[in-house]
Design a protein around this ligand. Sequence first.
Ligand code: TYD
Length: 216
Amino acid sequence: MTGDAPRGLWITLEGGDGSGKTTQAAALEGWLRESGREVVRTREPGGSDVGQLIRDIVLHHRGDIAPRAEALLYAADRAHHVATVVRPALARGAVVVQDRYLDSSVAYQGAGRVLDAGEVRDLSLWAADGALPDLTVLLDLDPTAARQRLDADDKPFDRLEAEKSDFHERVRSAFLGLAEAEPDRFLVLDATRPPGDLSADIRARVGDALGAAPGR
Ligand code: TYD
């Protein structure tokens, strides 16, 4: 993470809806806690008190939200979350395990074809004062397979889950493009593999990162 000298480790999980991020975040959290680490498990949108209010608007508002307004809402959630949750946690040496971050904005808001992906990224970086995670795990999954998983759940779809499948194809390629552009930050995993195998790969990478930095 840029901008200060944190002692903690910041891990984000990214991927399409239904790719298994939550399962992997929970497994990673459990493993880190067992090894005696302080873990802050959080998410965007909605990882702070203000963020909960914003999450309600972006995911559950009935009717359209203008694309620029939507991008600004995610960025506002991010700004408050990074300032009040992520930075303080890293400063005290915690491991932050976070469901979604700015890569989601670039992939989803960029995939609407209205906004330029580079502008969305710049907006988010401004909001977060330049903060980038140490590691981003991308759980890559074909949207058709993801849809089958979501259909098997009883939960109703939120606004973005209900988008058409070509939208989700664009989201997937955007994530893969981001990972290709920053190979050091990203760990890309095939989300059709067994969850236990995926957890093991994530643990190996996180273990390396924790071992590489003295004091972590
Ligand atoms: P999330 O709660 O992670 O849902 P899921 O469990 O289905 O992954 O994310 C909610 C939705 O918000 C998801 O469809 C992606 C979207 N999103 C954006 O469009 N832009 C963003 O910047 C973020 C963080 C999420």
